[in-house]
Design a protein around this ligand. Structure first.
Ligand code: EPU
Length: 422
């Protein structure tokens, strides 16, 4: 089994390239189900989640050619089922993103219920209530969601909370519905806005993606597209935090500064120097790290997907910081592992109180989910001695060759093979 070995305390210097955004690429791949013909996605990151989505689209009868950083999806021969099986959905919750496109386009979709995951229960009730409002008949049985509608029709949906994939599923469904849909309390993440751009390229009429109210005027058919995916703000933010932890000076190439503003504001407070240089962002740190409080919130708040990495940074800052997680109920799985590395962290319900320590110490640790893994990599980069991060398949879901990218800026990091310890 793969693991990552890090020998810490090296400063990072040089240039590091940001890949395309995972959470933009996944819904856009699913949007290919809305049309016939061949779509071309560019700047797609090389990740396990992309492979899983490609496998799902193939299962649904599409021809998918993955040649990173490009993916081609051709309509191919659709099988009669329009079904996303448990085997694929359990590997990646975002598989639920085929639900909206399938029912809108083919009148019927059968998608496995995702179930919970390490970071929380993560229900999909908002997706289902929204599709029901658009006229789909929804039944849930034997672990599967069955959605049926001869033709969806436009409706108004007010989400109980901003949900990223819920908003995306509904936008895709409404794009082929009859009439106008209005969605209120939508997720405003840049990836939602990006999906809106792609749907409009396909001939959809989506207005307001990236704001809390989205209008979609349904059309009868959509066309294939050619699109270059935006940069991954969370990968970029992870690199900024890594340089903050180790010190040094790195040009993060293709870093989406505007999308990262809430993160950059907190990193600057923690004493990082962060400046735009054209399309890139330079990050450095000379002064000691300072403890800063953070509360996660839907965009444009501080992203939950950066909380674990920020905690690794705070673990070695001067002073105390209070990190509050408001999006997912179990997103502190990295804490017991950081404690093994000498961090001083107490958890009280959804709040972690982090007392910075002078030095973390390298240890053998276990990745539990994607962002927790990134947090352990950052901790390993700054820790004294050797850190082995196990179960890196979590990391491979969302970071393209992170060990190679970090090695290029001077980290002592490599992928190794260790005996299977599960
Ligand atoms: N929620 C419900 N009911 C729903 C949908 C959501 O109660 O029907 C709740 C969730 O349980 C959570 C909150 O609403 O408490 C927000 O969840 P959201 O639906 O926005 O999350 P998601 O769409 O499942 C996406 C990202 C996650 C990211 C979250 C929050 C993708 C593919 N995934 O998930 O990314 O953490 O938004 O920003 O876009 C990651 O990349 O590591 C990752 C987990």
């Amino acid at each position: 089994m793969d693991a990552i070995r890090i020998r810490g305390t090296r400063k990072l210097e040089g240039r590091i390239q940001v890949s395309g955004a995972k959470n933009a690429a996944l819904p856009i791949l699913c949007a290919t189900l809305l049309s016939d013909g061949e779509s071309l996605l560019r700047n797609v990151p090389g990740l396990r989640d992309i492979e899983t989505t490609a496998a799902l689209l193939r299962f649904l009868g599409r021809e998918v050619t993955v040649g990173i950083p490009q993916v081609r999806v051709h309509a191919g021969h659709r099988n009669g089922l329009a079904e996303a099986p448990y085997e694929l959905v359990r590997q990646m919750r975002a598989s639920v993103l085929v639900l909206g496109p399938l029912v809108a386009r083919f009148g019927r979709a059968k998608v496995s219920l995702p179930g919970g995951c390490q970071i929380g229960a993560r229900p999909v009730d908002q997706h289902l209530l929204g599709l029901e409002a658009l006229g789909a008949k929804i039944t849930v049985e034997h672990g599967y969601i069955l959605a049926e509608a001869a033709r969806l029709r436009g409706a108004e949906v007010v989400f109980d909370m901003p949900t990223v994939t819920g908003t995306e599923n509904l936008m895709m469904a409404a794009a082929l519905a009859k009439g106008r849909s209005t969605f209120v309390n939508c997720a405003r993440e840049p990836e939602v806005e990006e999906l809106g751009r792609v749907l409009n390229k396909m001939g959809a009429r989506v207005e307001g993606a990236g704001t809390s109210v989205i209008h979609v005027d349904g059309v009868d058919e959509l066309a294939p597209f050619d699109h270059t995916i935006i940069a991954d703000r969370i990968e970029a933010g992870t690199f900024l935090a890594a340089v903050g932890a180790t010190g040094g000076n790195v040009l993060v190439q293709g870093c989406p500064f505007d999308d990262l503003e809430p993160v950059i504001a907190k990193l600057r407070k923690a004493n990082l120097e962060i400046e735009r240089e054209g399309k890139d962002v330079r990050v450095s740190r000379e002064k000691p790290l300072r403890g800063v409080d953070v509360t996660t919130a839907p965009h444009p708040g501080f992203p939950t997907d950066m909380q674990a990495q920020f905690m690794a940074l705070m673990a070695c800052a001067e002073g105390r910081s209070v990190l509050t997680e408001t999006i997912f109920e179990n997103r502190f799985m990295h804490v017991p592992e950081l404690l093994r590395m000498g961090a001083d962290i107490e958890i009280h319900s959804n709040t972690a109180i982090v007392g910075g320590v002078e030095m973390l110490s390298g240890a053998s640790v276990m990745a539990t989910d994607l962002r927790a893994s990134a947090s352990l990599v950052i901790a390993g980069l700054v820790a004294d001695g050797e850190t082995i991060v196990r179960r890196v398949y979590h990391l491979d879901r969302g970071y393209q060759a992170i060990e190679k990218k970090l090695a290029l800026v001077g980290a002592d990091i490599e992928r190794i093979n260790i005996a299977d310890e599960d």
